[in-house]
Design a protein around this ligand. Structure first.
Ligand code: DAH
Length: 353
């Protein structure tokens, strides 16, 4: 901004020069605050015009009137520019505030992410596909079973110690029978055999219940897939080959497997099927209780007592059966160290699969 002459009076051209600079400055201001802050220097007490007006007293009367008029005209023009700029900036300010405050009803909320099947369900469906590919049918059975289907027909009579291996959730006792939440999918075998349609190739996947305390390898509610094959001339070799086939489909070539002699009342001979623990690669860890192996299920040749209970002639028919834990298969394939992760409903865990 131009300085005031030493005698205080404006020098020739000084007023026009100030007016030009002031007009430029007003036009360049981008917001109201800056404009108001500049007003004292443009038109107020700190402006050169105010200084020049103070010097008018030292001038001759005609000169005083002339310079005074020129100063006033300049002041009015600058004030007009300031006022116009003020209006423009105030309007812009109002519009910006309105735009920011406006409730935009056209806003499209992000679509809720869609979920997916639980890993256990995915593995169950994969197992079903594998068995359908081998010519098996998929069958179903009730989760509330009678003692007959869950135990008695499977060669586990009332006082048999094998009943206490599967501490059960008993439901109401009917007139002739007790009901319980099935402890295994094996009752599916009985229901299929009772149909009397042979030969039979079927799997029964489903939820089972035991009074087990949850730990890394056990849940009180878990899933099994039962398999049953009844035909003429079925051998233990067919059973071993079947298990090997579906385990290789699920796990690939990477895991070692073994069949160990075992006892189940409804098969003879019986075996347990194990794979190397995928958490530790077989060296032993918390998940496999330091054994290096995880049991996936049991299997064997169908016991004659089961055929007898369901009216199948053991002179004509032979068969094998197996029952595998679906949760454990999922756990081992995806290297999940603790089955409890499946039921904790932590989305960070579930969305990984
Ligand atoms: N039902 C048995 C269990 O839950 C597993 C089993 C063993 C099923 C042998 C079978 C079998 O079909 O033949 O422990």
């Amino acid at each position: 901004m131009s300085a005031v002459a030493s005698d205080g009076a404006p020098r020739p051209g000084e007023i026009e020069e100030f007016e030009r600079v002031a007009a430029e400055r007003v036009a360049g201001v981008r917001d109201l605050g800056t404009l108001e802050a500049a007003v004292p220097e443009l038109t107020g007490r700190r402006s050169p015009i105010a200084g020049w007006k103070r010097s008018l007293g030292g001038l001759a009367p005609e000169q005083r009137r002339e310079v005074g008029r020129v100063l006033n005209d300049a002041l009015v023009r600058i004030e007009t520019l300031v006022e116009q700029r003020r209006e423009v900036l105030a309007r812009a300010d109002r519009e910006a505030r309105l735009a920011a405050d406006r409730l935009d009803l056209t806003e499209v909320p992000p679509a809720p992410g869609s979920g997916h099947l639980h890993l256990v369900t995915q593995v169950r469906e994969e197992l079903e596909d594998i068995f359908v590919g081998m010519g098996y049918e998929i069958a179903d059975g009730p989760e509330a079973e009678t003692e007959w289907y869950n135990f008695t027909a499977l060669n586990v009579p009332r006082d048999h110690p094998a009943r206490s291996m599967q501490d059960s959730f008993y439901l109401a006792t009917g007139d002739h029978e007790s009901f319980l939440l099935r402890t295994q999918t094996s009752p599916g075998q009985i229901r299929l055999l009772e149909r009397g349609e042979l030969p039979l190739y079927a799997v029964v996947p489903g939820r089972v219940y035991r009074r087990d305390t949850a730990d890394a390898r056990h849940l009180p509610v878990f899933h099994q897939i039962e398999g049953i094959v009844v035909d003429r001339g079925v051998t233990f070799g067919d059973l071993a080959g079947t298990i090997e086939t579906f385990v290789r489909e699920i796990f690939g070539e990477g895991v070692a497997t073994r069949l160990r002699p075992a006892y189940f009342p409804f098969t003879e001979p019986s075996a347990e099927f194990e794979i190397t623990c995928t958490i530790c690669g077989g060296s032993g860890c918390k998940t496999c209780s330091q054994t290096g192996w995880i049991e996936l299920g049991g299997c064997g040749m169908i016991h004659p007592a089961v055929f007898e209970a369901t009216g199948v002639d053991p002179e004509i028919w032979t068969g094998f059966a197996f029952g595998f834990g679906i949760d454990r298969i999922a756990m081992m394939r995806h290297e999940i160290g603790d089955l409890r992760s499946f039921i904790e409903n932590d989305v960070r865990f579930l969305t990984q699969f």
